[in-house]
Structure formats: structure tokens, C-alpha cells
Design a protein around this ligand. Sequence first.
Ligand SMILES: Cc1ncc(C[n+]2csc(CCOP(=O)(O)OP(=O)(O)O)c2C)c(N)n1
Ligand SMILES: [Mg+2]
Length: 288
Amino acid sequence: MTERIERVAAAANRIRHHALNMGEVQGQGYVGQALGAADMLAAVYADQLRYRANDPEWEGRDRFLLSTGHYAIGHYAALAEAGIIPVEELESYGSDDSRLPMSGMSTYTPGMEISGGSLGHGLSIAVGIALGLRHRAPSGEGSSARVYNFLSDGELDEGSTWEAAMGAHHHQLGNLTAMVDINALQADGKTDTVLRTEPVTEKWEAFGWYAQRVDGNDVGALLAAFDNAAGQAAAVGRPSVILCDTKVGRGVPLLEEREKAHFMRIEEHEWQLCRKQLTAGSNGKAGR
Ligand SMILES: Cc1ncc(C[n+]2csc(CCOP(=O)(O)OP(=O)(O)O)c2C)c(N)n1
Ligand SMILES: [Mg+2]
């Protein structure tokens, strides 16, 4: 397990560096979310997902659906880490004619399965894809591909998320795993001041899901949760959700302390400091 954790943590560290480099291109953006969710994204791309880097539309691939389109910066970093898009392309982020627009769009980017910016729709699409995969294989036995849906705590405000949750349970979608980034933040402020969604774990359980809540910045805890989900949920046809408490800006103290963290403006002279802080924090403990 130690080697596995180190490998994923090192990937998370690279994802964070990529995200800072991309953020600098625009001078602003959803950098805090990328840093906060880097461990979740690394756990998916460096440990869980079956994919072919040179054939992103390979039929047998696991599907990773980014419901939160504004997290695209973190997702692009993960796609580069996975070898699906070239690292050099990241510097085109948000520019005219780039394949990497500021909000994730499936028509532009290899490996971006959906256009998720209209929040609250990702889980419904994931349910449809998971059902489709079950029915689709020529043998009639269904595909063994899995569907991962990444959503945010803000999306738990949306009724459509809970309709989809009910549907997944009804259809016994053991091939579906949802991951919720609980960073306690939304565009309009702290999540508990916008709409109190707690107790979150109990809600998912009541909707029939196998729910686990973990520190989303602890790679070991994330991997253990994926292992539990595979063993206990998928086997009995139960959808599973991993509720991940994360810290916005994780790994860069300057950004962890920002008041306005949803969409950050970072001054020119601060980027180098951000990188230095990230490197200092990760020395000797890859990715953390
Ligand atoms: C259906 C819909 N309503 C509103 C918005 C505007 N919006 C963009 S990001 C955001 C915040 C959602 O919460 P969360 O994803 O938890 O925010 P973060 O953690 O990134 O701050 C909102 C309301 C949207 N994109 N889609
Ligand atoms: Mg949030």
C-alpha cells in the first residue's frame, strides 16, 4: 500500500503544479478547487481508472464525468498527468482556439466525457451511462467498465442530484461511483450558509447508496475507500459514494487562507511564491 500511496501522492503533487502553471496563464481562476481536489483526481487517474492514453474513446474505458465544469483546470492537469493530453498544451488553458476552455466541454477536450458546467446534471448523465454500459456489450452480459462521477458540495443543493441518486439505487448500479468534493464552499459563500446539506452521509445512505466519508486530502484514506467500495458495494449491485472533505488551496498556505476562494485573482508576484510553498510542503512527502 505504501508504494501505491506514494505513487498517487506524487501524481497529486504534479497535478497541483500543473494547476498553478495554468492559473498563471490567466492570472486568475478556479485554482483553489484544483489544489483541493488534486488528491481525489490523482486517486482516480493514477490508481482507479482503466483508460488508453492514446485512444481516449476506447470502448472499454471507465468513464470519469466531471459534473463541475468549473473544475476543468484540475481535470486538465489530471488528463496531462494521465498522458491523455500533452503537458505542453496546458499553457493554452483558457486562450482563444485552445482545446482547454475555462469550463469543461466534451466537444473540445480528449478525455472530457461531458460538458458539465450547468451544475446538478452530472449524476443524471452518469446514471444513464452506467445503465447503458450494462445493456450495451454485444454478448448481452454488459460491459465491465465503471462510471465515476465527480461532483461538488454545491451540487447537493440541486434536486436533480437526488433524483439521480434515487435512480441509481433503483437500477442497482453497482458500476457507479460518485465522489463529492466537500470543500464547504460555494460561489455565494460557505456551504452551510447557502443551504445546509448536512448530515450528508446519512442522506446518501437513506437514498440506498454505500456511503463513506473521508479526508479527501489523505491519499491513503481515499484509496482505502475505493477498495471498500469495490468490495462491498459493486459486488451487490449498490452504487457507492465517497464523500471527501477537502481544503480549498491545499498545499499552498497563501491560497488556503484566501477569503474569496471560489474564483481567485492571484497577483503576478504571488505565483512564484505559490510554487515555492507547494514545493516546500511536498518535500519528503510527495503530494502533501
Ligand atoms: C445550474 C447552475 N446554477 C448556478 C451556477 C453558477 N455557479 C457556478 S459555480 C457555483 C458554485 C457551486 O458550488 P460548488 O461547486 O461547491 O462551488 P466551489 O466549491 O467551487 O466554490 C455556482 C452556483 C451554475 N454553473 N449552474
Ligand atoms: Mg464547493
